[in-house]
Design a protein around this ligand. Structure first.
Ligand code: MF3
Ligand code: CO
Length: 261
């Protein structure tokens, strides 16, 4: 499948959708503290998305015969991605919580994620968060016109494994635009110089999912929540990036004006 190239109009709309997704994410981060539930984060996310004139791309998202039941994905500790918010899930000091926000606006989708520590966390978890965030930065830097998708994959994997952690293989990054998942797939593992050539006008969701322990995952009986097989904590950072002749441009940056509303 060919990778969609966005025209001027598409890029303008992608910018807007991504700025909204980033603003919502930014508004949720400071709410994370011991004692709140993941449902509290869901409700705040749902309300911020609505206030910014967008819709959640997660709510009702179909996978097989199931529809995702919430507006946000909130994944705690060993939950890698697609955790379903719940009023029973209370956050405790030392937890890590991954917030994944995907919005529709004006026909385009913006996708981003960030993992937040709850209060004080162990040094090992602090390192997990730092390394995953840095792996995302390296992945973004590799998204240069003329490079290949495997250059992004390799940059992420090499850095993560050099730091003693593992990259999830069952879930991958992806193109994003008029739908949440477009070609290409962007694995967080792979070899330099392989895969599709990066051209100007691609919008790519780069999203390292990194486990403190082994790379294996399983799906919980709710049909959505992906957890680490060994129960180790996991982190997830994601940006939507536009590829340009001048280099990669991160589109999921919050806008100061919007963030204040
Ligand atoms: N960012 C996630 C993804 O790319 C969002 C999934 S929404 C859900 O897969 F509905 F599947 F939860
Ligand atoms: Co994504």
């Amino acid at each position: 499948m060919t990778i969609p190239i966005k025209n001027r109009e598409g890029i303008v709309r992608m910018r807007e959708a991504c700025a909204i997704a980033a603003t919502v994410l930014e508004q949720l981060k400071p709410l994370v503290r011991p004692g709140i539930t993941t449902q509290d984060l869901e409700e705040a996310g749902r309300d911020h998305i609505a206030r910014l004139g967008a819709r959640s791309a997660c709510y009702g998202y179909q996978h097989g015969s199931r529809r995702y039941p919430a507006h946000t994905c909130i994944s705690v500790n060993d939950e890698v991605v697609h955790g379903i918010p719940s009023f029973r899930r209370i956050l405790h000091e030392g937890d890590v919580v991954s917030l994944d926000i995907v919005v529709w606006h004006d026909g385009y989708v913006g996708d981003n994620a960030f993992t937040v520590p709850v209060g004080r966390v162990t040094p090992a978890i602090e390192k997990l968060l730092r390394v995953t965030r840095e792996a995302l930065e390296l992945g973004v830097c590799a998204a240069q016109v003329g490079n290949r998708i495997g250059d992004i994959s390799s940059a992420v994997q090499t850095y993560v494994e050099a730091n003693g952690f593992s990259v999830v293989r069952d879930m991958v990054g992806h193109g994003v635009g008029v739908s949440m998942h477009e070609p290409p797939e962007i694995p967080n593992f792979g070899r330099k110089g392989t895969g599709d050539r990066i051209r100007p006008g691609m919008t790519l969701a780069i999203e390292p999912m990194v486990n403190l322990g082994g790379f294996k995952t399983k799906t919980l009986s709710d049909g959505w929540t992906i957890v680490t097989a060994d129960g180790s904590p996991s982190a997830h950072f994601e940006h939507t990036v536009l590829t340009t002749e001048q280099g990669p441009e991160v589109l999921t940056l919050p806008r100061a004006a919007a963030a204040k509303t």
